[in-house]
Write a protein that binds this ligand. Sequence first.
Ligand SMILES: [Mg+2]
Length: 163
Amino acid sequence: MKKLYIDFDGVILDTIKVTYEMIEKLGLGTPEEVKEFYYNLDWNHLIKQTPEINDSINCIRKIMNSNLFDVKVLTHIISYNEGLGKIEYLKSKIPELEVILVPKQINKADMVNPKDAILVDDFLGNLDLWHDKGGISVKFSDGNKKSKYRTVTKLDQIIDLFK
Ligand SMILES: [Mg+2]
């Protein structure tokens, strides 16, 4: 079984788009204001109003049922509340899914061993570090943007890529 790590923000839930809209509505401009916003964000509230990306939860169930992968979620967090919100949400959807919370200051590739493991992520910076440490990087994209890594637009495409 191949190890498969799945990012949360921008892959499972569209939290990035929703928080950008909140920031715009609030008229926040400076990096300090934005940082403060994310630090104080109520993630339970955010998650309730954030749509899933391309049926992500069902796709993860499908991937787990294929028995081809050892699946875990690998997600950066900046606050305790963010970690709690993500864990509670995922446990309510897929209780058996493991979640690894990574403090924002730590690279994902330093938190777990990337060697021969797959990372699906929408952020190129994470994928580059992962690739440099011997991992298999897969870009998640909601459009048809070209990437130097193999790209999926829906999570269950992972099954065909690696079976
Ligand atoms: Mg992301």
